[in-house]
Unconditional design. Structure first.
Length: 282
């Protein structure tokens, strides 16, 4: 059996990028001190969740997938021997931006990037103003702790991408979020467990927490935290994170459960992709 100690963090916007970067460095150091081997931060971790408004000022938060923020945390990953999943605002070129997650191995090497595919555009989630849809597929990265994939926030409503990650060999899928109360509350409870069980892997889903009214005043929403880990049978690993407070969650994930779950159900054997014509029709 292979046990991986994994960490996810949840926090709210402090008011400036520098302090957010320092806070997340602190999360990584605390996680490593407690034996964590891999960590993932929340969606767009070093800024506010700027989808609340449509304001070109926030384009300035974007930088390349190998830019200064990723380089800083890659050096930290190497120092700590910690695999890191870094949800950033990626600039591919001037005027072309993605909502991305960069995966860094425990030796500090940048393994690659996942770009969010499904982009919402509804009240106070005006993401099409900021992001192009992802175009790098559903990569799975071979890391020091196993095969890691990423899926980002609104993506989680689309089962097709979860399955792609499983078919590509994922053992742990990190799903960083900025999720608020409303229609999503019930979905938050069922989607990650459903995806984990249907695909036979672990899911780790950090979410923002708190009200970012220091940035948006009356427009601000209340992110409800409740970050979670789920095993390949769809069971929560430990409790949810706090619904109101900053928190670092650590859980031990037994990768041996993946084979057990898949041998029990054989969903991959019994798939019928030849019959799913409407799923892939344009």
């Amino acid at each position: 059996m292979t046990i991986v100690r994994a960490a996810i963090s949840q926090t709210t916007w402090t008011g400036d990028k520098a302090s957010m970067l320092d806070k997340h460095e602190g999360f990584a150091r605390d996680a490593a001190a407690q034996g964590a081997q891999v960590i993932c931060f929340q969606e767009l971790f070093y800024g506010p969740y700027f989808g609340i408004t449509q304001d070109a000022t926030y384009y300035s938060y974007a930088e390349p997938a190998d830019g200064p923020i990723v380089q800083r945390f890659a050096a930290l990953a190497k120092e700590l021997g910690l695999v890191a999943v870094l949800p950033i605002y990626e600039e591919a070129m001037a005027g072309v931006y993605y909502n991305s997650a960069v995966v860094v191995d425990a030796d500090g090497s940048i393994l690659g990037t996942y770009r969010k595919h499904h982009i919402p555009h509804v009240d106070r989630f005006w993401e099409k103003f900021y992001f192009r849809p992802g175009n790098l597929g559903y990569p799975v990265f071979e890391t020091a702790v196993g095969k890691i994939g990423a899926y980002i926030c609104y993506d989680r409503h689309f089962p097709e991408g979860w399955r792609e990650l499983g078919l590509n060999g994922a053992e742990i899928v990190f799903n960083p979020n900025a999720t608020k109360p409303g229609l999503s509350n019930r979905l938050w409870e069922i989607e990650q467990p459903a995806a984990a069980a249907a695909n036979g892997y672990f899911v780790a889903a950090p979410n923002r927490v708190g009200r970012e009214d220091n940035e948006y005043g009356d427009l601000a929403v209340d992110f409800y935290g409740k970050s979670q880990f789920v095993d390949p049978r769809g069971n929560l690993v430990g409790d949810y994170g706090s619904a109101t407070d900053e928190e670092l969650l650590l859980r031990d994930l037994d990768l041996g459960l993946i084979r057990e779950a898949r041998d029990s159900w054989q969903f991959y054997r019994d798939r019928r992709p030849d019959s799913y014509a409407a799923t892939t029709a344009p």
